[in-house]
Ligand binder design. Structure first.
Ligand code: NAD
Ligand code: ZN
Length: 280
């Protein structure tokens, strides 16, 4: 059953729906949690290499990839198989319906690399995947430059079923190479020790969307990364109402309240259908 919205939140949403400005949505790993994809703060985050346990923040780095590319690739191929087994949930679906209703008055910035927004039906031009996509690769030596035409899908013959702990075979070691220079291909994701980039991740464009927004809806993110943080701060400084939907308190809760938005504690798949319906 669709959630009943508190009256204050309903009014905030209806006001945004009536304006001719944009509804900007920012999503994080929490929106995909109910699809079965673990967040980084969840218990399944760690990964064993040899006898040592690593945290995702240590593995999702250029430093780790340079030191142990085969192990990092095995981690990504496993995570990719988890993403491909997962199906979009009601929260992804609600955002697709909202986009259908609002058209160019809608934009979606996601930190997720799982591709579930795309698979649910969000359109590529209004979707800003600021941390990349786990289905894409590029040359780790950047032999083709850093533009989006350097991107290639993962080779189709690499198995979609990649159990935890499975090592790369000779075939994958051959396939996960740049076709031009022979160096390692790498996942097209933004690592924790790398900088945002407009050409590869449309990061500046994503931040600029705030200027056009009448409302910012922030879903399932713990706010640990810089660009999402900047988006929220910019919206707060412009007094754009911020509506946060998160299971736990988030660093954005206070901005939600200060901007006359709302801090909704709960599951994205339960709240987004009602929230998006009011915004349509
Ligand atoms: P995070 O793991 O740091 O935080 C997730 C947040 O979502 C938490 O605050 C949690 O309380 C909340 N949450 C959990 N389940 C929820 C639910 N059902 N409904 C609403 N909220 C829920 O995630 P992050 O802030 O996105 O940052 C993690 C980084 O790791 C990002 O850079 C991202 O690219 C990457 N990552 C991506 C995926 C993915 O693509 N699905 C998964 C894990 C990590
Ligand atoms: Zn190359």
């Amino acid at each position: 059953m669709e959630k009943e919205l508190p009256p204050g939140l309903r009014e905030t949403l209806e006001r945004a729906a009536r304006s001719n400005r944009m509804v900007l949505v920012l999503t994080g790993a929490g929106i995909s949690a109910e699809s079965g994809i673990p967040t980084f703060r969840g218990e399944e985050g760690y990964w064993k290499v040899g006898s040592r346990n690593y945290q995702p923040e240590e593995l999702a780095t250029r430093k780790a990839f340079t030191k142990m590319p085969e192990e990092i690739w095995a981690w990504y191929l496993h995570r990719r198989s988890v993403c491909r087994r997962a199906e979009p949930n009601a929260a992804h679906g609600a955002l697709v319906d909202l986009e259908t209703a609002l058209g160019d008055r809608f934009a979606l910035v996601t930190q997720n690399v799982d591709g579930l927004h795309r698979r649910a039906g969000s359109s590529a031009e209004r979707l800003f995947e600021i941390h990349g996509n786990i289905e894409l690769t590029r040359c780790s030596e950047e032999c083709t430059g850093a533009g989006r035409d350097a991107l290639a899908p993962l080779p189709a013959s690499i198995s979609l079923d990649w159990p935890r702990g499975k090592a790369l075979g000779e075939e994958e070691k051959r396939l996960l190479r740049c076709s031009r220079c022979g160096g390692w291909a790498r996942p097209h994701v933004l690592w924790f020790d790398e900088y945002y980039d407009e050409e590869l991740f449309r990061s500046r464009s994503a931040l600029a969307l705030v200027e056009e927004a009448s409302l910012l809806l922030v879903v399932g993110t713990s706010g640990q990364t810089t660009l999402p943080f900047q988006i929220v701060l910019r919206a707060a400084s412009r007094r754009i109402p911020i509506v946060v939907v998160n299971l736990d308190e988030s660093p954005f809760s206070e901005h939600a309240l200060a901007t006359g938005g709302a801090d909704v504690r709960g599951k994205a798949a339960e709240w987004l259908p009602a929230i998006c319906a009011r915004l349509s």
